[in-house]
Write a protein that binds this ligand. Sequence first.
Ligand code: ASP
Length: 587
Amino acid sequence: MDNLQLDFLGDLKRTHTCGDLRASDAGKRALVMGWVHRRRDLGGVIFIHLRDRYGVTQLVFHENVAPEVHARAEALGGEYVIAAEGVVEARSAETINPAIPTGEVEIAVSRIWILNESRVPPFPLEETVDVKEDVRLKYRYVDLRRPHMQRNILMRSKVSLAVREVLYGLGFLEIETPFMTKSTPEGARDFLVPSRVQHGMFYALPQSPQIFKQLLMVSGFDKYFQIVRCFRDEDLRADRQYEFTQIDLEMSFPQQETIFGVIEPLVQKVCETAGHPVPAAPFQRMSYADAIRLYGIDKPDLRLPPMTSFEFEFQGFQTPMPFVAIRIPGIGKPSRKERDELKLIAQEKSLVMFDEGSKTEAMYAAAREKSGAAADDMILVVAHTGPMRSWRPEEAFYQSCGQFRLHVGQKFAERHKLLDPHNFKFLWVVDFPMFEWDDEENRWAAAHHPFTSVHDEDLKRLTSDPGACRAKSYDLVLNGTELGSGSIRIHRKDVQAKVFAALGFSDEDARKKFGYLLEGLEYGAPPHGGIALGLDRLVMIMAGESSIREVIPFPKTARGTDLMSDCPSPANERTLRELGIKLASKV
Ligand code: ASP
């Protein structure tokens, strides 16, 4: 490596990418540039697979034809960057490589430029090699060369383009909103940016552009969208990052259906772009109440059947709740061992799972009949035991059943191919409750965010019975994952004030936090509403991945660290002084 003579790019121009050449190009001169993917040295002949993001092209170096060029090719290592020029030659029938689109040709190289060398990569780029994620993240620029990462990043770009095409086509304007803002209420912690000029003052990075997009409606830009980074300081998981990207939009004068009428074609186009079957629209709609009763969750996975509740008298068994049958189609009865395991899981969720046997024959017969089970469907009957500690006990019970249902589904999913990731079941969940009781804070909290409209007929019980109020909010759900949420907003100041009051904000609190929105509402705010979809999750599902880190070029670890740049990292004394910040403890 030490004595390697490197060449300048000079005025070299590539004529083709490494994915371009075909048999019909035989006889042409070609100049390609890329990375040495693989090198085979057969003595007098060297073969190199040259790679760029478009593909791989085979280069041949013959010692007897161009000895100097051949000698330079001998010095090349993996991932060196070169340019090579030569004549495109058709390969003989037995050397054609059907695995790559350029496999019918090769370039007989007559000139070579070595543009850069490379250290031995920290891991092989072959997809078949399993590499630990922290090593991949430390050398992300190398990891991004691997085929599935190239594919995912390409897909992400194409999906973004498709989103823009659909929304521009529908007359939306792409408008930017600030990153240095006042706190927005999406329920997570803010990331703060200290002000150098005003010590003790902070900007918050936006958890979403919520307030700005609403104010854009006040300004009359009646269809806004943005593919925008949002920042939330919450614990990271496979589908969460501190910074993530939303497809954020807002419209003036919409009905709920108007928003759905934008998102459905958008999602259809995304599926088409990603090479998946286009889902039929309109997507299914389900109320929150039904989702909880039938699936025990507000983001049902429709690939498994719903639960069935039924009343049953069983040997004096006491419960205020119905019995619930969980059905998994076509997988027969569980083994004794599986049953025992499931019983323990049920117990953890304050449920009792009944064995199917002579004593429970009638119960199981009722469950089979009520759930419309076929002979080879697996049925499990559960009921509630133990104390109810919730302000909505029925909901809590169904949620336990729903968790149990998901556990059962996942337990058998792989063996019985129950959850086909390509079977996209989109669903709108609508009519969410307006408020949730926050046990810790001992007060009502907004279930979506505090700018969400309440159903017109629930407006009168906003203060008398907040728990019963339904919101004009909706979630888009795909196979058990929430892809996005939105709502029709409050556009009147008096209604907004009532909602703040129900949430326990004093007038002064509300003014301090969102005064600029409240004031904006006083200047002719039109009725408006919108939604935001998570781009990372959408692309993750389209790419068949199970973590959003696989579709984000430079993600952070679960501890919020960027292993490549080694951040977060301490700030130097001077910077802190300028910001007026003194650390309570030394790092
Ligand atoms: N701002 C909301 C969110 O980030 C989405 C919306 O209501 O449009 O979840």
